[in-house]
Design a protein around this ligand. Structure first.
Ligand code: MN
Ligand code: MN
Length: 489
């Protein structure tokens, strides 16, 4: 275009002279929360985030998250669903999904057949699991062999302090909860790496293979059993020690669920303490904000409000604790069945799901100036810019994406503006650089409207992820606003 006038003529046809241009700036200004929110708001954000940071240290695994979440729910008057034969508006119920997932709800004024307002996050995080038969010794050192869980850069998990969490069922019927490496007086474990002096060949390898899967061995002991006379002496001593401490024998590992996670605590990051560095923000940050959004609802919401916390998202949401499990759907079915007292109709149930609306609350990649080339800044979430909404995820040409409908997205943003909440629009990196997914599409398959709404995270899937306190609070407020006020037209 040669001149502005030519451009205007082209855009408006022949009668541009009759167009009335209203003065004003119609551009979108992606503002920082620092500029738009009051000092009181920012103080409240820091207070809320401190609670989140402290919660993180009590809930490093999906099982621990569910255990701690149930404590919060029961303190807030939620009861187990299976104890109820009838539900009425204002009732608060929850159901544990095999102790690794969780559903919780507050029954609304509207009939449950009008659908639900849902928040859905996941409580599993990338980590390293033990192999089913993990214990062995080599050259005087005791090891656990491992199998990593989720998408990790394996090299990031060596030479850091690691803790062991999980559950073991002994052959005499005891259930042993394991948590070693968290208390200051506990020992820790680690995965070794090669000294640089001898790593010339290793350093030529690609980052994907510099530490390989089978090299993720956890160093756990070095004391021999005196009576073993050298034969499997390390392993013999270790098994005696484990038996004395926990009453377990080697075969008990076969059924155990033992997870290796970073041993360090969640900490404030920065001179200004504006950020939180911790293991497993993905997706405990959205899971915590979603849980607290539900718990904080006072009285009875108009529509039934539901918080869904699922397991196994990092490996595809399969199995009976993953978001694809019918157990989550059973909870919604029960809410309808127990609250309507009408003869159950499968068609009406499916239509209720279709009338439901959900925020899939999962983290997004925060724009990282150090690695700017992977992001299109105008379409990437940034720290301190509020809740990050993603209309779609997927890879390449939106492959695997569930794209939220314009009508629904527009209504959500209208709600955010009405509540004066900071929010931003985003996608996951530049086109064709990579991609990812959430549980969004699984729930959208049931017919409901679903939009991804997350918290931006730096160093995602690393042992030490970072999020911003202002975004954590913005997410919490936006989730609660959605639960209590979202309705179409
Ligand atoms: Mn996630
Ligand atoms: Mn993830």
């Amino acid at each position: 275009m040669e001149t502005d006038q030519q451009f205007r003529d082209l855009m408006s046809g022949d009668d541009s002279s009759e167009l009335e241009m209203v003065p004003g700036d119609f551009s979108y200004q992606g503002e920082s929360v620092w500029d738009t929110q009051s000092p009181e708001w920012i103080e409240a954000a820091y207070d809320f985030s401190d609670g989140y940071r402290d919660f993180l240290d009590r809930a490093k695994t999906e099982r621990e998250f569910v255990r701690e979440a149930i404590k919060i729910l029961e303190a807030a008057g939620f009861q187990e669903l299976e104890d109820r034969s009838v539900l009425k508006p204002g009732d608060r119920v929850y159901e544990s999904i095999h102790g690794k997932g969780l559903m919780a709800a507050i029954i609304g004024e509207d009939s449950a057949y009008e659908g639900f307002n849902l928040l859905g996050a996941h409580v599993d995080s990338p980590r390293i699991d033990l192999k089913p038969n993990p214990l062995y010794e080599q050259n005087g050192l005791g090891y656990f062999s491992t199998h990593y869980y989720g998408g990790i850069k394996k090299y990031q998990w060596s030479t850091i302090p690691l803790a062991l969490h999980g559950v073991i069922h002994t052959q005499d019927g005891q259930r042993v909860e394991v948590c070693i490496g968290e208390d200051e007086s506990d020992p820790i474990f680690t995965i070794t790496d090669l000294l640089p002096h001898l790593a010339a060949k290793q350093m030529q390898k690609s980052a994907a293979t510099v530490i390989e899967g089978e090299e993720l061995r956890l160093l756990i002991s070095s004391t021999p059993d005196a009576s073993a006379k050298g034969k499997q002496a390390i392993k013999t001593y270790l098994l005696k020690l484990l038996n004395a401490k926990y009453g377990i024998v080697e075969e008990d590992f076969f059924a155990a669920e033992l997870e290796i996670v970073p041993a360090f605590k969640a900490r404030d990051l920065g001179f200004d303490r504006s950020m939180i560095a911790a293991y497993g923000h993905d997706d405990r940050v959205c899971a915590y904000c979603s849980l607290m959004a539900l718990v904080g609802i006072e009285g009875c919401p108009e529509r039934t409000a539901v918080c869904m916390l699922s397991d196994k998202e990092e490996v595809g949401s399969a199995g009976n604790t993953g978001a694809q499990s019918r157990l989550y759907e059973n909870f919604l079915l029960a809410l309808i069945d127990l609250s309507t007292q009408e003869e159950f109709s499968e068609l009406r149930y499916r239509r209720a799901l279709a009338k439901s609306m959900m925020l899939s609350t999962d983290v997004s990649n925060a724009y990282d100036p150090v690695f700017a080339s992977v992001s299109d800044l105008r379409n990437n979430s940034q720290f301190a810019h509020g809740s990050a909404f993603l209309k779609y995820t997927g890879v390449r040409g939106k492959s695997g994406a569930s794209e939220a409908n314009a009508e629904f997205v527009a209504r959500v943003f209208q709600l955010m503006r009405e509540a004066k909440l900071p929010y931003q629009i985003a996608e996951l990196g530049r086109v064709d650089v990579g991609g990812g997914g959430t549980i969004c599409q699984l729930l959208a398959n049931w017919g409901m409207e679903v939009l991804d709404a997350g918290v931006p995270v730096l160093s995602m899937h690393s042992p030490l992820e970072i999020c911003h306190k202002l975004d954590v609070y913005a997410a919490y407020l936006s989730y609660q606003t959605f639960l209590t006020r979202m309705r179409l037209a």
